[in-house]
Ligand binder design. Structure first.
Ligand SMILES: *[C@@H]1O[C@H](CO)[C@@H](O)[C@H](O)[C@H]1NC(C)=O
Ligand SMILES: *[C@@H]1O[C@H](CO)[C@@H](O)[C@H](O)[C@H]1NC(C)=O
Ligand SMILES: *[C@@H]1O[C@H](CO)[C@@H](O)[C@H](O)[C@H]1NC(C)=O
Ligand SMILES: *[C@@H]1O[C@H](CO)[C@@H](O)[C@H](O)[C@H]1NC(C)=O
Ligand SMILES: *[C@@H]1O[C@H](CO)[C@@H](O)[C@H](O)[C@H]1NC(C)=O
Ligand SMILES: *[C@@H]1O[C@H](CO)[C@@H](O)[C@H](O)[C@H]1NC(C)=O
Ligand SMILES: *[C@@H]1O[C@H](CO)[C@@H](O)[C@H](O)[C@H]1NC(C)=O
Ligand SMILES: *[C@@H]1O[C@H](CO)[C@@H](O)[C@H](O)[C@H]1NC(C)=O
Ligand SMILES: *[C@@H]1O[C@H](CO)[C@@H](O)[C@H](O)[C@H]1NC(C)=O
Ligand SMILES: *[C@@H]1O[C@H](CO)[C@@H](O)[C@H](O)[C@H]1NC(C)=O
Ligand SMILES: [Ca+2]
Length: 579
């Protein structure tokens, strides 16, 4: 069957159209899904806008190699019958001669429901029509939180569900039909349907795989922000640790701990290259207490972008030695949230990740470092739980580890069927032939790498309860493969471990799996910065772990039970299963 479809794909789609001919309003209008195609959706054909883009440069993109593309951007609006809403969708269509019978759905990042041109352009580069949407929030640049409340106290549930999963589904179903019409794909010609996204985009993608088993043939999903209630409240944990231990470390002091951790744990993987490929061995063998007394020094900075310590705002020069208090903050963060009875609520980042959530702010008047509450976590309390139009928490007065647990529980119940996205039974997706490549930077400082391992483990144990660990680990690989990226940061390469490679070509490998049946044994990755820029590296398939033999020259993917065990947590603060 698969071979048959491949042959069909190769001979079909030889459309005679040029991009200019395709990219007219009238042709796009004539290609819209027919009235009634999607029950409950009415497309406004007068809203169609087409724009040609030539020689659009894809450069330095985390998920697609450098290239240049020509495309036609076709956008239109639709409404949900019975509501007076307006939802915008846009599709980047490749030149007909480059079209390879593919569609690529894309998602967002943070509180954005789309990633703008960055992912749809990548779609065009792989011969796909790439689609994105605004969720009905106003326009393509409106974040979900801007329209989450209708008023204080009133959730806009339509928008919550649109952000949760519905908008991407609608955009994908409409986009696949539009694509078939644009290219007059004959009956029997397979349109391969893919998804690519990381972080919130990873959560978005999982929402589709879990709910719509026959929507996608393959998904490449990075560091998903799923288990949303646990994940977003977890962003507040570092601040609550600082507040509870009453110590607000200068960012340089925390960075010194990170640097010392990287230095000590780097060689444990058999290769001294500045990359901690085995954060599990680091957990087993490295004692953060050993950093007490190390000198640190950072120059004054005017601030920069990104998640990292010291970023974003001006900081004065910082000098000192690492204190026992800073190490206690670091260790308590690494231990993950425990309630006041000592039971585990959630887990944290791997050692070697930066302590981005523990970022403090400098008070120039007092010369003190002070609490700086994570906005990602704060907004989930104020806007999503207390339902007030605010994205900041004024303080953490009275907030304990039990408060965090309570917030998680309340949010979990409130958004279990919209934002949480941890349904562990993928049987229908598997039976429909779907494939998932799931990856996560092992040194991610925004979404714990263990979060991805936990979900893989949930799917494994729920789907194959009668098989042994090894048997089910092998069985799940038929359709779902997890890769932890050595040294990787949050959805990208890590400036603090620059010699680590990032899997920029995961879509190519996914396509090879879906269309040619070639499952990735190793993920292909490329060093994107530093002195080894351009070097090719391979990434081991979970639960195998990387080890470099031959004096650091030969990658082995080894089975190491003690290491695997460090990734599994008994979240015994809960009576409910946490998938
Ligand atoms: C495409 O853009 C590149 C630079 O981005 C330029 O060097 C090249 O000449 C352009 N090609 C065409 C056909 O315009
Ligand atoms: C696609 O076209 C629509 C309508 O003109 C526009 O709003 C949108 O920004 C375009 N998308 C991109 C990524 O250029
Ligand atoms: C495609 O298939 C549908 C349903 O099987 C059929 O009604 C239609 O006539 C076919 N169209 C072509 C062009 O073969
Ligand atoms: C940590 O290491 C980075 C290089 O990876 C360096 O730029 C930075 O100054 C170091 N910070 C401290 C506090 O040692
Ligand atoms: C680190 O030091 C603290 C304070 O002395 C001590 O309580 C803790 O057990 C030590 N941790 C380890 C892993 O040695
Ligand atoms: C603190 O204030 C002084 C005097 O106004 C100024 O020169 C300095 O740049 C400020 N430092 C920071 C870190 O904002
Ligand atoms: C919503 O609640 C916040 C916090 O109580 C308040 O500052 C704001 O004015 C309220 N907004 C409206 C429109 O009532
Ligand atoms: C599982 O497989 C690994 C090799 O991949 C092997 O080392 C290990 O002993 C196996 N475990 C069991 C219980 O068979
Ligand atoms: C793997 O990555 C290298 C660059 O590191 C690239 O040249 C090659 O094409 C990639 N292979 C696949 C299958 O994408
Ligand atoms: C291993 O590699 C290091 C650095 O490349 C070199 O100094 C050392 O001699 C090598 N050891 C062996 C046993 O080959
Ligand atoms: Ca290493």
């Amino acid at each position: 069957m698969r071979t048959f479809l491949c042959l069909m794909a190769a001979v079909a789609s030889a459309s005679a159209l040029t991009l200019n001919e395709l990219c007219t309003v009238s042709y796009a209008q004539s290609s819209l899904p027919a009235a009634g195609f999607y029950n409950g959706i009415t497309i406004d054909s007068s809203s169609v806008v087409t724009t040609i883009g030539t020689n659009y440069s894809i450069k330095g993109n985390t998920f697609f190699p450098d290239t240049a593309i020509n495309y036609c951007n076709i956008s239109f609006a639709y409404t949900h019958d019975g509501r007076n809403d307006v939802v915008h969708v846009a599709y980047w269509v490749p030149e007909p001669s480059n079209f390879q019978n593919r569609f690529l759905a894309t998602g967002g990042g943070g509180l954005a429901i789309n990633s703008g041109a960055s992912t749809v352009s990548g779609g065009v580069s792989i011969g796909a029509v790439g689609g994105y949407m605004d969720g009905g929030f106003g326009n393509f640049n409106t974040n979900a939180d801007a329209k989450f409340l209708l008023a204080n106290g009133t959730v806009n549930w339509e928008n919550a569900y649109m952000f949760g999963y519905q908008a991407i589904h609608e955009m994908t179903v409409l986009g696949k039909e539009l694509t078939k019409n644009l290219f007059s794909m004959k009956n029997g010609t397979k349109l391969y349907s893919y998804y690519q996204g990381c972080s919130e985009g990873g959560r978005d993608g999982w929402s589709q795989v879990q709910r719509y088993y026959n929507e996608l043939d393959g998904a490449s999903l990075g560091a998903p922000a799923f288990r949303y209630s646990h994940q977003q409240i977890q962003h507040l944990y570092s601040n609550v640790v600082e507040h509870t231990l009453n110590y607000y470390p200068p960012p340089c002091e925390m960075m010194a701990i990170v640097n010392a951790t990287i230095k000590a744990c780097d060689p444990l993987d058999g290769k001294t290259d500045g990359v901690v490929a085995r954060t599990d061995l680091c957990k087993l063998h490295f004692n953060v207490n050993s950093t007490i007394g190390l000198p640190y020094s950072c120059a004054a900075s005017s601030g920069g972008g990104g998640f990292g310590p010291g970023s974003g705002r001006p900081t004065p020069a910082q000098n000192g030695v690492v204190s026992a208090k800073a190490v206690a903050v670091a260790q308590t963060i690494l231990d993950g949230i425990h309630d006041l009875q000592g039971r585990q609520v959630y887990f944290s980042y791997q050692p070697s990740a930066t302590f981005a959530d523990a970022q403090t702010s400098y008070n120039n008047a007092t010369g003190q470092w002070e609490l700086s509450i994570s906005n990602l976590g704060a907004e989930f309390v104020t806007r999503y739980l207390e339902l007030i139009d605010s994205s900041t928490l004024p303080n953490l007065n009275g907030v304990t580890y039990d408060t965090l647990k309570g917030w998680i529980y309340d949010l979990w119940q409130t958004y279990e069927d919209s934002l949480q996205v941890n349904w562990p039974d993928l049987t229908r997706f598997e039976e429909a032939g779907g494939k998932v490549i799931h990856y996560h930077g092992e040194s991610d400082d925004s979404i714990p790498a263990a979060s991805s391992v936990r979900y893989w483990e949930s799917v494994r144990s729920v789907m194959y309860p009668d098989l042994s660990y090894n048997e089910s680990s092998s069985k799940i690989q038929d359709f779902y493969r997890l890769f932890l990226v050595p040294g990787g940061a949050h959805c990208g390469a890590n400036q603090y471990q620059p010699n680590g490679a990032w899997p920029q070509t995961s879509m190519t490998q996914l396509i090879d799996w879906v269309e040619n049946g070639k499952a990735p044994e190793l993920l292909n990755a490329t060093v994107s910065m530093g002195k080894n820029k351009g070097e090719n590296q391979k990434i081991c398939l979970w639960p195998l772990r990387p080890y470099y033999g031959g004096n650091g020259t030969e990658l082995q993917c080894v089975y190491d039970q003690a290491s695997i065990d460090t990734w599994h947590y008994d979240l015994n603060a809960w009576k409910m299963p946490v998938w």
